[in-house]
Ligand binder design. Structure first.
Ligand code: PHE
Length: 452
């Protein structure tokens, strides 16, 4: 068993928790969770989502971190090491390949949406210095989606920010960035949630989030909840595995995993409690809105609250996206560094350029190619669906089966040494039976209805 990684190590337990929560907390929490909740009927969706986090997400999160820390390399090579130790086929490294494909696909559209948030942060900053501001939010958003130059530019800016961190490496890049950005993110979120409480609609927002209406549940909603659980916890694409590879030996994996899951879920719910009161105040009902929800509903509020709130909100969102995108780029970068003679800088830059090009398909699907459909979906929606609702759960399923059934028991025990026996037993059976069955059923059923 190796105790360090060639790519560097987190300097402490806290550094890992910040980095992993930075990966988990992102557009998924503040952009995607609110609009999925509003599109899928509120409380019922939230309840399913929480169930997926507890029964599938957390067990798989522990498994991923463990696989990374045992393998100490990028996902593909880590799994090859693990398969060898356990006398299993190298073909399991396919999990790492699926992860890298999912990572490129996710980063490709993630960076486009993060580009929207940068653009909005910029608009509000300009307004503070006398710029015009956003008078008609729907028109501004539609204009942005139609403007290829603008979209491509901000997509590029965000990609440069992402490479900028990854190229500097684990300690000087990733760790330094999250130590500064995560506290900033938290403060901004608290300011906004505090404002949400002053609107007088907090009670309604809470009712919408926490009172389930079971008539809203169908196979599609369950699949979305499962996909969102994986997406939000950064699972199924080996991002957490990669971060686990840099985790010091003496840190308890179940404990850090619980902290990360709590931070991620807490931020999603807090974001809901910050955003829905504002949505209710300005749009009346919290239902519908789709991916544009926060971009069209919140600016009306910011017009009255003041541009500074708009700046804080979109800066918050950009920062959250940034600490996530670095974890999307890191696995492939580490893999290239291990497999070629390329430096980290060159590896990260080439991956980012490639992903940026893939992202142009999403940019164009918002305007010139909006008529193009794949299986009935616009390109960007299709990529999002393919990655989030299919590849991530599939990766999660394989990770659960590999760690639960294939991995040498001695290896597993050495990684959870000193943990309470009950914790290990519960984790193991969730991982072996509950998570795989749930994922397989939800995915099978959901895909059939989605495509049917
Ligand atoms: N968890 C991130 C978010 O919620 C997205 C992400 C998915 C990051 C997969 C890394 C890997 O925004």
């Amino acid at each position: 068993m190796q105790t360090t990684s060639q790519h560097g190590m987190w300097s402490s337990r806290l550094a890992f928790i910040l980095a992993a929560s930075g990966s988990a907390v992102g557009l998924g929490n503040i952009w995607r969770f609110p609009y999925l909740t509003s599109d899928n009927g509120g409380g019922a969706f939230v309840l399913l989502y929480l169930g997926c986090i507890a029964l599938c997400g957390l067990p798989v999160l522990i498994a991923e971190i463990m696989m990374g820390r045992e393998g100490r390399k990028s996902p593909v090579n880590a799994i090859i090491t693990l398969a060898k130790e356990s006398n299993r086929s190298r073909a399991w490294a396919g999990i790492g390949w699926i992860g890298m494909v999912a990572g490129v696909l996710i980063l490709s559209f993630y960076s486009v949406v993060a580009g929207w948030t940068l653009h909005y942060a910029f608009l509000y900053a300009a307004q503070l210095f006398g710029g015009a501001g956003i008078e008609d939010p729907a028109a501004t958003f539609n204009e942005l989606l139609g403007n290829v130059t603008e979209l491509t530019f901000w997509h590029a800016v965000f990609m440069v920010l992402t490479v900028g961190v990854v190229a500097l490496g684990v300690e000087k890049g990733l760790e330094r960035a999250v130590k500064f950005l995560m506290p900033a993110l938290f403060i901004m979120l608290l300011i906004l949630a505090g404002y949400g409480a002053t609107t007088g609609h907090l009670g309604e927002a809470a009712a919408f989030l926490f009172q389930p209406d079971f008539s809203k549940i169908n196979a599609n909603v369950v699949l979305s909840a499962m996909g969102q659980a994986f997406f939000s916890l950064s699972l199924g694409m080996c991002a957490m595995m990669t971060y686990g590879a840099y985790l010091p030996q003496n840190v308890s994996i179940p404990r850090v995993a619980v902290s990360v899951a709590l931070a991620d879920t807490g931020v999603a719910l807090l974001a809901g409690l910050a955003i829905f009161p504002i949505v209710i105040q300005y749009l009346g009902a919290p239902t519908g809105g789709g991916p544009g929800l926060i971009f069209t509903s919140l600016p009306s509020a910011f017009n009255q609250m003041g541009a500074i709130f708009g700046l804080i909100f979109f800066a918050l969102l950009s920062v959250a996206a940034w600490t996530s995108s670095i974890s999307l780029l890191e696995p492939a970068t580490a893999f290239i560094v291990e497999s070629t003679k390329m430096s980290r800088k060159a590896a990260a830059t080439s991956m980012a350029i490639f992903t940026w090009f893939v992202g142009l398909a999403s940019v164009l699907s918002l305007n010139h190619w909006s008529h193009v459909r794949i299986l009935g979906f616009a390109i960007m929606d299709f990529i999002e669906l393919l990655a989030n609702d299919f590849l991530l759960p599939l990766g999660g399923l394989l990770i659960a089966i590999f760690t639960g059934w294939m991995l040498n028991d001695r290896v597993v025990r050495s990684q959870v040494e000193g943990e309470p026996a009950l914790v290990i037993t519960v984790w193991k059976w969730l991982l072996r039976v509950v998570a795989p069955l749930l994922i397989a059923i939800v995915m099978g059923h959901g895909i059939m209805t989605k495509l049917g």
